[in-house]
Design a protein around this ligand. Structure first.
Ligand SMILES: Cc1ncc(COP(=O)(O)O)c(C=O)c1O
Length: 476
């Protein structure tokens, strides 16, 4: 049996479950003996495996046994020197990476369109972010891949920067030219860190973009739960080379993550790795077949169309919009939800479908039938009935970010009165979780109009209280 056919952590948990005779440890449900009667059936056998650091079950924060073996197998499969299992999602990995690499006052080059966890990492580490902003593709409103020359200029302008932290792929699937970027980082002697939350499947097929680790990244953090099959909140942090100190990562993960990490989450990482090692290529080929067929059929629709993404991208992400912008993405999503179909994300224009190896032909068949129905009803709709936001806000140029606003006085204002005021909290349309406005940045008229329209069209926005009129906290 090959090493990769083993699941050391899961196997030890099974053995423990079968052999243990006396449970005098936490958690209190005692492997499911006491639990809500109705829910017990649903949680079922999983409760028996909800264990803790007893017997031979090792310790995530000081792994010497089965957790260490499971992490080593993951490192081998994903091409890393070392892999850390994460129970706080890629969020925990992003934050720990920044804390490991930077001292208070350091500079770090990041994208302005980074996920909020990267800004939270900068906040906690007291790091000054230097922004890289890709051009916005006018056709899709999405950020284009970065130009390597742009990175060279920023690195030359900020020689003190401790590293470059990029997101690849983006939520919509846009991939950065990581191999080129890595060469530039090397020439400046700084590490390349990659938030690869949406790219855990890349390792497993040559028709998918290369993974960040394959491109030479020093650190890559993947939400195994997003595009592979582990449980929600379980992720992996892969480390390659010596530029980032593995002991510092381990230390900061101990600070950030629970001291009682879930064995269900950790075992699910062990199992996702084993399943992909054995079947990953076949699973991905099957998903390609499902997607190719769907994409061919979508071409025959008259009113709905696939948005073609700028640059290299992840084919597992499918983005649709109406050709003549008759319906907003929110409305398309709402219509689909009325049919009990749930997409990943919608915005004022588009709807994003996240496919994975779990999507089978029958799912895509049902989706296509419903999309065809929608396509026909769009035909009868009045054209241009939607008022579109006049401007998709451009990402602001670099401003000195005043992250630490904890001790400043704040007041709540209706959004309409916030123009020219400094935000006290992040304003984050969620998903995708990219802050539109950061604490300390000013509300421009364009942003306020955009947010008002986003709000009216049904977008979920963190940082806006909307019990009465949409309002925001600003610095007094
Ligand atoms: C680009 C990106 N990075 C990080 C995260 C956080 O990942 P997790 O949910 O695994 O904490 C997300 C979540 O949506 C994301 O989109």
């Amino acid at each position: 049996m090959s090493k990769q056919a083993k699941a050391p952590l899961f196997e030890e948990m099974l053995r423990h479950m079968k052999e243990a005779r006396g449970n005098f440890h936490v958690p209190g449900h005692k492997q499911g003996r006491v639990f809500d009667e109705q829910a017990k059936n649903y949680f079922g056998a999983a409760l028996e495996l909800d264990l803790t650091e007893v017997g031979e079950l090792d310790d995530l924060h000081h792994p010497l046994g089965v957790i260490r073996q499971a992490e080593e197998l993951a490192a081998e499969l994903f091409g890393a020197d070392q892999t850390f299992f994460l129970v706080g999602g890629t969020t925990a990995g992003n934050i720990a990476t920044i804390l490991s690499l930077c001292q208070p006052g350091d500079q770090l080059i990041i994208q302005r369109t980074s996920h909020q966890s990267i800004f939270h990492g900068c906040l906690l580490a007291d790091v000054q972010p230097i922004y890289l902003c890709g051009e916005i593709d006018p056709k899709t409103g999405l950020e284009r891949p970065l130009k390597p020359d742009q990175l060279k200029q920023v690195l030359a302008a900020y020689p003190r920067a401790k590293g470059v932290f990029l997101t690849s792929p983006s939520y919509f699937g846009v991939v950065q030219p990581l191999s080129l970027i890595k060469e530039i980082c090397d020439s400046f002697g700084v590490p390349l860190l990659v938030d690869e939350a949406h790219g855990a499947h890349f390792t497993f097929h040559s028709r998918l973009p290369p993974s960040a680790i394959e491109c030479g990244a020093d650190v890559a953090i993947q939400s195994t739960h997003k595009m592979l099959t582990s449980l929600t909140m379980s992720s992996m942090l892969h480390l390659k080379g010596k530029r980032v100190d593995h002991r510092a990562i381990a230390r900061w993960l101990r600070v950030i993550e629970s001291s009682s990490p879930s064995y269900l989450l950790m075992a699910s990482l062990d199992l996702a790795r084993r399943d992909m090692a054995q079947n990953g290529k076949r699973y991905i080929e099957d998903t390609f077949k499902v997607l190719n067929q769907l994409r061919t059929r979508l071409k025959s629709l008259s009113n709905l169309m696939e948005v073609s993404l700028p640059g290299s991208h992840d084919p597992f992400k499918l983005t649709l919009r109406t050709r003549e912008r008759v319906m907003s993405g929110f409305e398309i999503a709402e219509w689909l939800m009325g049919q009990k179909i749930y997409p990943e994300l919608a915005d004022h224009e588009k709807v994003l479908f996240a496919f994975s190896i779990g999507n089978k032909e029958e799912d895509s068949e049902f989706l296509y039938t419903k999309l065809k129905e929608l396509d026909q009803s769009i035909q009868k709709m009045e054209r241009n009935q939607i008022k579109w936001p006049s401007v998709v806000p451009q990402i602001p140029e670099f401003q000195q970010v005043q992250f630490d606003l904890r001790h400043r006085k704040q007041k709540l204002l209706p959004l309409t009165q916030a123009i020219g005021q400094k935000a006290a909290e992040m304003i984050v349309p969620y998903p995708p979780g990219i802050p539109l406005i950061l604490p300390g940045e000013s509300f421009t008229e364009e942003m306020v109009n955009y947010l008002l329209q986003l709000h009216r069209l049904g977008g979920k926005i963190r940082g806006i209280s909307s019990s009465f009129a949409p309002s925001v906290y600003v610095v007094e």
